[in-house]
Design a protein around this ligand. Structure first.
Ligand SMILES: NC(=O)c1ccc[n+]([C@@H]2O[C@H](COP(=O)([O-])OP(=O)(O)OC[C@H]3O[C@@H](n4cnc5c(N)ncnc54)[C@H](OP(=O)(O)O)[C@@H]3O)[C@@H](O)[C@H]2O)c1
Length: 393
């Protein structure tokens, strides 16, 4: 990777959740970055975001923002026209963290995950870069049996959880077939910081579940709650682990590597355990967990709860698959000294507490409801729901 006084990294998607973690990590390590920004950002708003992310992490290092150059991102077909400008800025490496995680909007997925990637690869060839690093996802294989290996996916999956995973698999193929030296980094679902619980991303994954729960259900009866909650482990990583793992992979792994950034399987909580831990806050009398949508009883569930179960079905579909990831690359990085804190039920609790403490809606609900207030004051362990049922009650 390039260092100060040498050359620069073109970091695309630097304003996103994961891209800004990468940007902050690179700057802290002394790298020079060129970040193309879309119209909704300015150089100053981007720097402010980086500063506030670093403050949340309590990183006090002096960052020299002179090492950050921002330019306007042109329309996708004009990106290769940046060659001369980027050459003059010393760009000899591209890190591509832009992406769409929309599950179903195939046009948007094509525009961002395929067309943008193709255009950046053309630019990379014209610049004769040393390496093209691509931020993919651990779930890009789609639903396949057995171990997901750290190679380009060879087989067509039985099915894809969403159009999104398919588009990421296609983008990986474009990168690896481009002829450029490459690195593909595949994180699992990223959640908040393992130490403080703060989370800088959009409300996806667990955060979507928590936010939706508070919005749709909490003003109503707390007697009985229903969840689709598979008994499989949920593949989560903390954002601090993502950042450390991503930077270490860029610095240490050889060209043409593919690496999974995932927590150790044995430490991960199951979805059922996460539901149990979450329900404990709300003093729920009864929690019903279904392995999948087919287990939901046809009668006895109100319309509101049905909407809730429909809304969460896609994520729980992904969670129900018994994912197993090869982690040879990460094991190698850990052996070389990488501190990568695995997700456990307790570390999710840290993120959950942070979410509750910063959700006005959750706070209002807990305040309003005396039971909720007293429940919040109790420890999770002493407040396990009276009954956790599995399957049809
Ligand atoms: N978040 C996770 O848990 C997770 C886990 C595994 C893999 N990933 C992968 O990481 C990637 C980034 O995820 P994220 O959570 O950081 O998403 P995010 O916060 O939505 O960031 C997306 C980034 O892509 C940029 N972008 C979107 N559309 C673009 C376009 N048409 N042209 C140029 N730039 C565009 C955005 O720019 P603006 O700021 O201007 O909108 C932003 O910088 C995704 O591709 C996803 O596959 C994410």
């Amino acid at each position: 990777m390039t260092k100060e006084n040498e050359n620069s990294v073109l970091l695309v998607g630097a304003t996103g959740y994961l891209g800004s973690l990468v940007a902050a990590g690179l700057l802290c390590e002394g790298y020079r970055i060129v970040a193309p920004l879309r119209q909704s950002h300015t150089r100053q708003s981007f720097i402010n975001k980086l500063k506030s992310d670093l403050a949340a992490e309590e990183v006090n290092a002096e960052i020299d923002f002179d090492r950050l150059t921002t330019i306007s991102l042109p329309p996708v077909q004009e990106i290769p026209d940046l060659t001369a400008e980027l050459h003059a800025l010393g760009v000899n490496e591209i890190i591509h963290c832009a992406g769409s995680v929309d599950y179903f909007d195939t046009e948007k997925l094509k525009a961002v995950n395929i067309d943008l990637t193709n255009s950046l690869l053309t630019l990379g060839k014209q610049l004769q870069i040393k390496r093209f690093a691509y931020l993919s996802t651990a779930f890009s294989s789609g639903f396949i049996d057995g171990l997901v290996r750290e190679i380009l996916h060879q087989q067509q999956p039985k099915a894809d959880p969403t159009e999104y995973t398919k588009s990421k698999r296609e983008a990986e193929a474009l990168v690896s077939n481009s002829g450029l030296p490459f690195l593909i980094i595949r994180p699992s679902i990223v959640i908040g910081d393992s130490r403080k619980g703060h989370y800088n991303g959009k409300p996806y994954g667990l955060y979507q579940l928590w936010a939706a729960f508070v919005k749709f259900l909490c003003g109503h009866s707390r007697n009985v709650f229903h969840f689709i909650a598979p008994s499989e482990k949920l593949h989560l990583i903390h954002q601090d682990a993502f950042k450390a793992g991503f930077i270490a992979a860029c610095k240490q792994l050889p060209d043409n590597s593919i690496v999974h950034l995932t927590s150790r399987h044995e430490t991960l909580p199951t979805f059922v355990e996460l539901v149990q831990q979450w329900s404990a806050i709300w003093d729920v009398k009864e929690v019903h967990c279904y392995k999948d949508a087919s287990e939901i009883p046809a009668t006895g569930i109100d319309r509101r709860t049905k909407m809730w179960l429909d809304f969460t079905a896609v994520n729980t579909d992904i969670a129900a698959h018994p994912w197993q990831f090869q982690t040879a690359g990460l094991d190698q990085l850990r052996l070389a000294g990488l501190k990568f804190r695995d997700v456990t039920l307790d570390t999710v609790r840290v993120c959950q507490d942070h979410f509750i403490a910063h959700s006005q809606r959750a706070q209002a609900l807990l305040k309003k409801d005396k039971d909720g207030l007293s429940a919040a004051a109790k420890s999770a362990n002493s407040n396990i729901p009276k009954k956790i049922a599995s399957g049809v009650s």
